[in-house]
Design a binder for this molecule. Structure first.
Ligand code: FES
Ligand code: FES
Length: 212
C-alpha cells in the first residue's frame, strides 16, 4: 500500500493514469475547437464558430440515488462536480492527478478516481460517494464500522477513499489474504501510515461486505 501504483489496484473499474491520458487525448480530439484554436489554425477561421468547451453544460448526475441537474464547464472533473456543485465534500482531493486515491468513488459499483474522470462522463452512471454508504437510519456500512473498530485512521483525510476502495476490493474478490489486500489497496496512500489497521478492517468486514 506504499508508493504510487500506476495500475491503481487492477480492478475492472480501476482508472490507470496511462488509460486516462490516452482517453483524454481521444476526447480532446473529439471535442470542438475553442474559438482561439480555430483562429490559430487559420484555415477554418471563416467557418461558423463552434461551441466553446468552457461554456457551462447542463448535465444530470445521479449521486447516491438522487438526481442532480447541474451546470458546469465541460472540463470539470467528477471530483469538483461532487464537491463544488453537489455539495458532497466527503470525497477528498489529495493530489488531483491520480496518485493518492483520496478521491475514490464508485461508478455503477466500480471504483474510479474522480479526479481523473470528467463529470460529463459520469452522466447515466450511478455514482456512490462515502455519504451514500450508510443506511436510511444512519446505520454505518460494515466497512465504515470496521474502520472504527480497528482504528484504521488517524487524521482521516484518506479515509473516505480508503473505504470506497476497500469495499470494491472485497467485491472484486481480493480480500482473501493480507498480501492480496495490500496489493489491491496499493493505489490508496495514507500519510499517517495506518496501513496495518486498514488491512485489519478489511479482513473484519470481508464476509459482511461480500454478502451485502
Ligand atoms: S485526488 Fe484523485 S488520486 Fe489523488
Ligand atoms: S489517516 Fe491520515 S492520511 Fe490516512
Amino acid at each position: 500500500m506504499t508508493g504510487a501504483d500506476d495500475s491503481r489496484g487492477g480492478g475492472n473499474g480501476a482508472v490507470t493514469r496511462r488509460g486516462f491520458l490516452s482517453g483524454a487525448a481521444t476526447s480532446a480530439a473529439a471535442l470542438p475547437f475553442t474559438a482561439g484554436a480555430v483562429s490559430e489554425l487559420g484555415a477554418d477561421s471563416k467557418s461558423a464558430p463552434r461551441a466553446d468547451t468552457r461554456e457551462a453544460q447542463t448535465v444530470t448526475l445521479r449521486v447516491n440515488n438522487q438526481a442532480h441537474t447541474l451546470n458546469f464547464d465541460s472540463r470539470t472533473t467528477l471530483l469538483d462536480a461532487l464537491r463544488d456543485h453537489v455539495g458532497l465534500t466527503g470525497t477528498k482531493k489529495g493530489c488531483g492527478h491520480g496518485q493518492c486515491g483520496a478521491c475514490t468513488v464508485h461508478a455503477d459499483g466500480e471504483r474510479v478516481l474522480s479526479c481523473l474522470t470528467f463529470a460529463l462522463m459520469a452522466e447515466g452512471r450511478e455514482i456512490t460517494t462515502i455519504e451514500g454508504l450508510s443506511g436510511p437510519e444512519g446505520k454505518l456500512h460494515p466497512m465504515q464500522q470496521a474502520f472504527i473498530d480497528q482504528d484504521a485512521f488517524q487524521c482521516g483525510y484518506c479515509t473516505p477513499g480508503q473505504i470506497m476502495s476497500a469495499i470494491a476490493c472485497v467485491r472484486e474478490g481480493h480480500a482473501e489474504s493480507a498480501a492480496d489486500i495490500r496489493e489491491y489497496m496499493s493505489g490508496n496512500l495514507c500519510r499517517c501510515a495506518a496501513y496495518p489497521n486498514i488491512v485489519a478492517a478489511i479482513e473484519q468486514a470481508n464476509n459482511r461486505v461480500k454478502g451485502s
